[in-house]
Write a protein that binds this ligand. Structure first.
Ligand SMILES: NC(=O)c1ccc[n+]([C@@H]2O[C@H](COP(=O)([O-])OP(=O)(O)OC[C@H]3O[C@@H](n4cnc5c(N)ncnc54)[C@H](O)[C@@H]3O)[C@@H](O)[C@H]2O)c1
Ligand SMILES: [Zn+2]
Ligand SMILES: [Zn+2]
Length: 383
């Protein structure tokens, strides 16, 4: 079948809608009519080359480049067709996407850590998980899809491991935003930093992911939540969803924290800027208290190898520096859980959507993100 999809043809090339060829779902695969796709910063990392499969991986899967690639990994939609042996979803089910597929049976899934599923190694590029065949083509050539998904398309054919069934009565737009950014931010605070009532949390970068982190801190019962962003409008938005204080930089936050915390500093610091660089680690560590946890959620270009860390202070203050993927929580648990918090009016999702775009406007959405005017842009499809 022919599907309209936003494709990036090469490094720094804009997202452009193309007619791509997609084969019907094979065993363990489903077809999904997209309803909404969120515009996470990670797709921008794909376009700029910050994020990509290693050359040896590309060689193994038989392509010379990450490009062309269908973008998009935040999303929600309705299942319209199922291939043979599909077990978890049926035609008509509402689903949210999971950018790390979860097989359910590998060591990591079986031990409750679906976010580390061994299928994750297939996500950056390559053919279908199910049988190693390419189901997507552009002009006869194999076509990659962002994280085995490609939500910037009217329809998707994906492995059932890449979707999470959701309540059909819940907003599909909220589900799209929760499918990556909000879950990742929320989990960074709640599941990774394990913030407890009364603690102090600093969130650096108040976009889609940071907005999930701030609300995770509020719902976990943090007493002080400092929102740090270069843009005043994002700091103000962060205050509307739970931040108790705002700052324009980590240096400014460092000056505020002693008075706010009786000199103890922050129990948890979560780094969610658009791009992570090594030079952000040292100032983040200075914001952290004794026994403080610093969580790096944002993605850094793979060229970032150097970090300055005062190893004496790190050990003597008993601090932790933690990475996280998907906020260290399992999509099949976290996405339905956060949707219930949304339905109960505890988690704000609608207030984070700055603008809805059509599929043809994906690049406009990323231009707006770069211009600093979007908390989250969302692609709306005709369902
Ligand atoms: N670890 C994961 O599993 C995971 C999942 C999703 C997204 N991410 C990553 O998280 C990061 C955030 O994503 P997003 O979609 O929220 O991005 P975004 O662009 O919507 O938001 C980033 C915010 O950071 C601010 N910012 C940039 N530099 C800053 C600095 N030095 N200090 C303070 N604020 C700064 C920007 O003004 C912006 O408001 C990205 O790197 C994304 O790829 C990681
Ligand atoms: Zn994302
Ligand atoms: Zn697994």
């Amino acid at each position: 079948m022919k599907v309209r999809a936003a494709v990036c043809a090469g490094l720094e090339e804009p997202w452009k809608v193309e007619e791509v060829d997609v084969d019907p779902p094979a065993a363990h695969e489903i077809k999904v009519q997209m309803a909404y796709a969120g515009m996470c910063h990670s797709d921008e990392h794909l376009r700029t080359g910050d994020m990509g499969a290693a050359p040896e991986v590309l060689e193994m899967i038989g392509v010379s480049s990450m490009y062309p690639v269908v973008g998009g990994h935040e999303g929600s939609g309705i299942v319209t067709e199922v291939g043979p042996e599909v077990q978890h979803v049926a035609v008509g089910d509402h689903v949210a996407t999971a950018f790390i597929p979860a097989c359910g049976v590998c060591h990591w899934c079986a031990s409750g850590r679906q976010y580390l599923c061994d299928l994750g190694m297939t996500t950056l590029a390559g053919p279908m998980i199910s049988d190693g065949q390419w189901r997507y083509h552009l002009d006869g050539q194999p076509l990659n899809r962002m994280t085995q998904l490609g939500t910037f398309a009217d329809e998707m054919v994906v492995n059932e491991a890449s979707v999470v069934k959701i309540d059909p009565h819940v907003s599909l737009r909220a589900a799209a935003l929760i499918s990556c950014g909000i879950s990742t931010g929320f989990g960074s605070v709640v599941d990774r930093a394990k913030v407890k009532p009364g603690e102090t949390v600093v969130v650096v970068g108040c976009g889609g992911v940071g907005s999930g982190a701030i609300q995770g801190a509020r719902i976990a019962g943090a007493r002080i939540i400092v929102a740090v962003d270069l843009l005043p409008f994002k700091v103000e938005r962060a205050k509307a969803i739970g931040a108790t204080h705002g700052a324009a930089s980590m240096e400014e936050a460092a000056l505020m924290l002693p008075e706010l915390t009786e000199g103890r500093m922050a129990d948890a610091v979560v780094l969610t800027p658009g791009v992570l660089t090594g030079d952000l680690i040292a100032p983040a560590m200075t914001l952290a208290s004794k026994d403080g946890r610093v969580v790096t959620t944002a993605i850094a270009p793979s060229s970032q190898l150097d970090v300055k860390l005062n190893l004496f202070g790190f050990a003597m203050f008993n601090q932790s520096l933690l990475g996280t993927v998907f906020g260290s929580c399992s999509p099949r648990v976290q996405i339905p859980n956060l949707l219930r918090l949304y339905q109960a009016g505890i988690l704000d999702v609608d207030g984070l959507v700055t603008r809805e775009y059509s599929l043809d406007q994906v690049q406009n959405g990323y231009d707006d993100l770069a211009a600093g005017t979007n908390i989250r842009g969302v692609v709306k499809f005709d369902v």
